[in-house]
Write a protein that binds this ligand. Structure first.
Ligand code: PMP
Ligand code: GLN
Length: 388
């Protein structure tokens, strides 16, 4: 986690956003929207501040927010949760992931995750003293797909936890029912716990998001994580949640108690409102329609510029191979890109393990986000076409 001299390294997202600010390049690196979520939801947070929601809320989250999360899981997926014992509010999905991995794993345990994976996973596995093992997602004509046989082979007697993510950052893959059923078979056969990061659950285009907790044999072994940041375009509010069996949620609550104790008082009523307000949910549907158009715009533009592009089924990221443009290393390509084209992207190597086969296979790949205004994406695409 630290450089050899003990100094903290910024995450790749912070580094690339700083590069964008310094160079004035268009930032298609860090995944955050350049338009805020619904004004009614923002107003609910402002009202909460003005009406006394400013002291520590209950550690597990306010009762109305826990009820709203349980109602969301029931109406959307048919998942029944006890609001007092099976739902925990966290400081973003980031805290939920950290607290879950710290609660459930330790020295000697292996955590099996997809590769590439969101960068915080490797960090929290290291913090827990556990070891990371991986199963690859590979580019195919049908998007990035999970190598199920490799997943099976990666399980050892030390494997304790499967750390899943679908819809998947950075590939935009949405695991289909066959892939999920295969993962579930592996989890049941080896009696593994599953932590599933579903922060992009609403951001899917023409495919269905299936929570793995709904598959047979999975509810009793699965913690499901989500967050208001992606769904409602308020990434700075940091209200996330985790749900699942009472015993597992209780273990995560114990860790959360000593990480943050409690999470953003005024944002909790606002997110409870967002999750239950038909107008706010209709706003999300509109966001998804608009993201699908922006995905198509960016994919077409990247192809025109000469990249090989794998069209994502979900999230707000697209992976592109810069090898046809002469790149030999995605990180070097991304460092040069602001000067060359006035655009910032993130190398996929930030999501892989140095030296792994997946790291080598995706060495020249880079990630762009399309959760930016259409005019920004059009300008970025023009610049890339002109530069290459
Ligand atoms: N998981 C994934 C896959 C993400 O992309 C993100 C967003 N950066 C997070 C977790 C963190 O979410 P939050 O901002 O709610 O902590
Ligand atoms: N999740 C966002 C991304 O993948 C931002 C994460 C961050 O800045 N830590 O770009």
């Amino acid at each position: 986690l630290l450089d050899a001299d003990g100094s903290a390294r910024p995450t790749i997202f912070a580094e690339m956003s700083a590069l964008a600010t310094r160079t004035g390049a268009l930032n298609l690196g860090q995944g955050f929207p350049d338009v805020d979520g619904p004004a009614t939801v923002a107003r609910a947070a402002a009202d909460a501040i003005l009406h006394g929601h400013n002291q520590y809320p209950p550690g597990p989250g306010t009762a109305p927010l826990r009820a709203a999360i349980a109602a969301h899981q029931r109406t959307r997926y048919g998942i029944e949760l006890d609001v007092d014992t099976q739902v925990l509010v966290t400081t973003g999905a980031t805290e939920a992931l950290a607290a879950a991995v710290l609660a459930l794993t330790g020295s000697g345990d292996e955590v099996l995750m997809l590769e590439p994976s969101y960068d915080s996973y490797a960090a929290v596995v290291a913090m827990a003293g556990a070891t990371r093992t991986t199963a690859p997602l590979r580019p195919t004509a049908d998007g990035f797909r999970l190598d199920v046989a490799a997943l099976e082979r990666a399980v050892t007697p030390r494997t304790r936890l499967l750390l899943l993510n679908s819809p998947h950052n950075p590939t935009g893959a949405v695991l289909d029912r066959d892939e999920l059923a295969a993962v579930a078979r592996v989890a049941v056969a080896h009696d593994l716990l599953v932590v599933t990061d579903e922060v992009y659950e609403h951001l899917v285009f023409d495919v269905e998001h299936v929570p793995i907790a709904t598959l047979p044999g999975m509810a009793e072994r699965t913690l499901t994580i989500s967050s208001s940041g992606k769904t409602f375009s308020f990434t700075g509010w940091k209200i996330g949640w985790v749900s699942g069996p009472a015993e597992l949620v209780g273990a995560v609550r114990t860790v959360k108690q000593f990480l943050t104790y409690t999470s953003g008082a005024p944002f909790q009523p606002a997110v409870a409102h967002a999750l239950t307000d038909p107008a706010a949910l209709a706003w999300v549907d509109g966001l998804v329609r608009s993201l699908a158009r922006r995905r198509d715009l960016l994919c077409a533009g990247l192809r025109d510029a000469g990249f090989d592009v794998v069209r994502p089924d979900g999230t707000y990221f697209v992976l592109a191979d810069a090898a046809p443009l002469g790149a030999v290393d995605g990180a070097a390509f991304c460092r040069d890109l602001p000067g060359r084209a006035g655009v910032v992207a993130v190398p996929v190597s930030a999501f892989t393990r140095a030296g792994s086969p997946t790291h080598d296979a995706l060495r020249t790949w880079v990630r762009f986000t399309f959760v930016k205004r259409q005019d920004v994406l059009e300008e970025a695409v023009d610049r890339l076409r002109a530069a290459f």
